[in-house]
Design a protein around this ligand. Structure first.
Ligand code: ADE
Length: 230
């Protein structure tokens, strides 16, 4: 997969791609990430990329022209499956969206800043808008990093069996069950007997039950979603 990230702060977004699973994915050739500094497409030699909003109001808006130049150049070079805009005024990222994006070949991710981008950018280029939650970040860079992490780890061959994505929380609309490691008894705090029993069908059953209980308690809305999807 190739991802082109358009940003006004390339340095802010680069480091998550230099560690752990994302680095491994890049080293294995599973994910190729390109960062594009929007200022290189500025409308004048002073690096202008934003302006006041028509109609008045606080906050600067990223202008159409620099983004048009950057995206149009990329679109000339190859075909993209999606042009994604990171913004709080969009549907919230979930595991289903991450799953479906992980099967794509080429993605553009546009990150906003200040008051966001001129609406005409969204109308002309953007095919998908994604929020990472109901709160406002200073820019879309951290949100883009979150999206890329959620997507890239699902690309086949990125995770080893030991970290299989299939058992993650949300893959089946359930939160993950509790997990334990050695020692079996820590200062009197004991690991549930069933996990030490070696009876794997029973262990699976126990885990499913725990996942259900945890979901009912903390995120009952996920169970509603499951039944409304049917
Ligand atoms: N940009 C600012 N806040 C954001 C959010 N919550 N999700 C995605 N992009 C954003």
């Amino acid at each position: 997969m190739r991802i082109d990230i358009i940003t006004v702060s390339p340095e802010l977004i680069k480091s998550p791609f230099e560690y752990s699973i994302l680095k491994r994915a890049r080293d294995k050739g599973k994910a190729e990430i390109h960062f594009h500094d929007l200022r290189k497409y500025a409308i004048n030699k002073y690096g202008k990329i934003d302006d006041y909003q028509f109609g008045g109001g606080a906050g600067m808006v990223l202008m159409m022209e620099p983004i048009d130049k950057c995206i149009s150049q990329l679109l000339q070079e190859r075909k993209y499956d999606e042009v994604i805009y990171m913004t709080p005024d969009a549907q919230t990222l979930n595991q289903q969206t991450a799953n479906s994006l992980s099967a794509k070949k080429n993605l553009i991710i546009l990150t906003g800043h200040y008051k966001g981008v001129d609406q005409r950018v969204r109308d002309k280029f953007v095919t998908k808008e994604i929020s990472i939650g109901d709160y406002v970040l200073s820019g879309g860079e951290l949100a883009a990093a979150v999206l890329c992490d959620a997507v890239i780890r699902l690309i086949p061959g990125v995770l080893g069996d030991e970290t299989s994505a299939l058992t993650d929380s949300f893959q089946d609309n359930l939160l993950a069950p509790p997990v334990f490691t050695r020692p079996a008894d820590y200062k009197g705090m004991k690991v549930p007997e069933i996990l030490l029993s070696g009876n794997f069908p029973k262990i699976d059953e126990w885990r499913h039950e725990q996942a259900l209980n945890r979901t009912r308690r903390i995120r009952p809305d996920l169970l509603d979603e499951e039944s409304s999807d049917d």
